[in-house]
Design a protein around this ligand. Structure first.
Ligand SMILES: CC(C)(COP(=O)(O)OP(=O)(O)OC[C@H]1O[C@@H](n2cnc3c(N)ncnc32)[C@H](O)[C@@H]1OP(=O)(O)O)[C@@H](O)C(=O)NCCC(=O)NCCS
Length: 269
């Protein structure tokens, strides 16, 4: 079950040299040098770069991590690279001050990054070669449905019953960000599994997969998409509700290990 809890934020203030605005922003903006470096770290959430309205040579950065422990661990593990980037950026600023450490208040999702145009997500029909990456994501996701590799292979070889298998990836990159699998039978399309890689969750990929599935299902003449989900799976339920699914039933104690009710959702196409 996903618990909503505070995230850790560290805020820095920079005074930068005149003429250095552009390289400074390139290094410190969310998709800049530091952002790319932090993204390698487990528990990194996002970076914001903000500029004082009245002092164009003064900026704040806000680095958000799931916890202070994630931040400290990352710094410790990547100390030499951290110091090297810091040194590389030294000439851009006249001073740098740690404003302090903070915790977020309220819903952490309000701080989540959204995919921006330069990290466009593409959704396409999956191919046999995608199976190892699909499996790796599925195995890494305890709340996903789990199937043996053979089931995936049969899906591509036989495609009986008819299946829609879509994968999401970042434009120009081979790595997968997520996948969705659904079975179509006459008017019905059953969403059987949807997974987004941990590092890219809560950034709109699931929404894109679900919307693409609706488009594909319509093409196959399905009239509705239905699914069941553990009652405690708040992330998945939020995704389905955001995508227009309505609750249409409950199956008491449907899941085992641990025992839990299934909530049934349906989207009319
Ligand atoms: C369920 C899952 C696929 C959602 O994918 P995602 O890419 O993270 O979803 P999105 O970023 O598109 O978010 C969709 C909505 O759900 C909400 N949401 C996402 N993660 C959430 C979380 N952990 N807690 C609460 N709400 C969450 C988002 O806020 C968003 O709504 P908003 O845009 O109105 O804010 C992803 O969490 C996942 O892979 N989970 C593990 C596998 C799983 O449980 N699959 C479903 C069961 S088969």
């Amino acid at each position: 079950m996903n618990k909503k809890r505070s995230q850790f934020a560290i805020v820095w203030e920079f005074r930068i040299r005149a003429q250095k605005r552009r390289p400074f922003e390139e290094a410190y903006r969310p998709d800049g040098l530091w952002g790319a470096f932090f993204r390698k770290g487990e528990g990194y959430v996002r970076t914001e770069l903000i500029q004082y309205r009245e002092h164009p040579l003064r900026y704040l950065t806000i680095d958000v991590w799931e916890s202070r422990r994630h931040y400290e661990h990352f710094k410790k593990q990547n100390r030499s690279e951290y110091l090297a980037i810091d040194k590389q950026c030294e000439s851009l600023t006249t001073s740098e001050k740690r404003v302090g450490e903070f915790v977020t208040v309220g819903e952490p999702n309000s701080l989540k990054p959204r995919a921006s145009a330069d990290e466009a997500v593409l959704v396409r029909t999956a191919a046999l070669e995608d199976i190892p990456r699909i499996l790796a994501m599925e195995r890494d996701s305890p709340s996903a449905a789990h199937w043996p590799e053979l089931t995936y292979r049969r899906m591509f070889r036989e495609n009986q019953p008819l299946r829609i298998v879509l994968v999401a990836s970042q434009a120009g990159e081979a790595a997968l960000l997520g996948f969705v699998i659904a079975r179509v039978a006459a008017d019905d399309c059953e969403l059987e599994n949807i997974v987004v890689s941990r590092k890219r969750q809560n950034r709109g990929v699931g929404t894109q997969l679900s919307q693409s599935l609706a488009t594909e299902a319509r093409k196959q003449n399905a009239r509705r998409i239905f699914l069941e989900v553990r009652e405690s799976n708040t992330a998945a339920r939020a995704l389905y509700e955001k995508c227009g699914f309505a609750i249409t039933g409950r199956r008491p104690s449907y899941y085992t290990d641990p025992i839990e009710d299934a909530i049934l959702y349906t989207l009319q196409l």
